[in-house]
Design a binder for this molecule. Sequence first.
Ligand code: NAP
Length: 341
Amino acid sequence: MASEQNQEANLIDGKDIANTIHKEIASEVSHPVTADTSTFSPLLAPNEQGTSNNPSFCFGWVVRVVQGAQYTRLSTKCTYVPGLAVFVVGHTKKSQSYVNMKRKACSEVGIKFFAIKLPEDVSEEEMIWKVHEFNADPDVHGMLVQLPLPKHVNEEKVLSEISIEKGVDGFHPLNIGKLAMKGWEPLFLPCTPKGCLELLSRSGVSVKNKRAVVVGRSNIVGLPVALLLLKADATVTIVHSGNHNPESIIREADIVITAAGQAMMINGDWIKPGAAVIDVGINAVDDPTKKSGYRLVGDADFEQAKKVAGWLTPVPGGVGPMTVAMLLKNTLEGAKRKFGN
Ligand code: NAP
């Protein structure tokens, strides 16, 4: 514990842990080969006109990109190549960088990556048509739609069309329902919440019988992470914007998982000495010393928290890399479920 021994908190290096998980996945999925690509049959097979016979090309605007061939030989452990399809609408720098990050991660571990890039004015009907196509694609074991979608496309409608067997982000209401119910197992655990629990377990922080406080109750982080903690036998309290005195509740926690999106809201004196603090928040604050004019901080005041907490995740470099690692893990799990090993 940081304060008891007058030491600083153990920093939980999410980047390092995520890298370890990437290696674990790679060792299960494939081994790199560059010389022999004979087992690689590219799904993207443009003809001389730059189009393809592949049905994905029936609209000129659909681009389907498959990762390079260097990881395509099947491993001895795994007789198939897992595939992840990511849908992105519009072409902003931000969405492109999210896609590229996932593409790179897939490429590193040997997961086939499909980027389905749709124009900003894609209709809801066309988008659902594409979702159905990839639902039926046997090379794809995980699907993800990059949010937000343009206003004219109903997000809920599109997301609900993704097959529950392929919805690797784990947000399907049936998955969340199963997560909440005793005796039921969801097909996929939501990536960021799953990453938070993985950070705790890989740092040697046990959850069972601990008092845990989750800050935030969103569908994508707060609520599912609270359910996961409960499933792991913690005593869980959720704090939200309606609480008048969140600090008094947070101060009782052995484990704090915060996903409020409020820059440096949690002061050092809100934290119980020795507690584990997993900071999911990503908040931009002005910083004239940076070229960009801003820097990213978490929900916890890092400098104060590290003097009190026992374990602490930095922002950036804590939970963020775990979200991608869990996406890869879920894709592998989806493929394993399909192939029965
Ligand atoms: P969200 O949908 O805006 O939810 C925020 C939650 O925090 C809400 O439940 C809200 O309460 C609660 N909240 C807001 N202010 C509060 C306060 N002062 N005290 C207590 N509770 C408060 O956000 P989200 O999508 O869950 O994301 C939360 C943060 O995590 C954001 O910074 C986001 O960027 C980050 N994030 C990071 C990752 C990652 O991979 N690292 C992934 C997802 C999200 P009410 O319900 O009462 O409004």
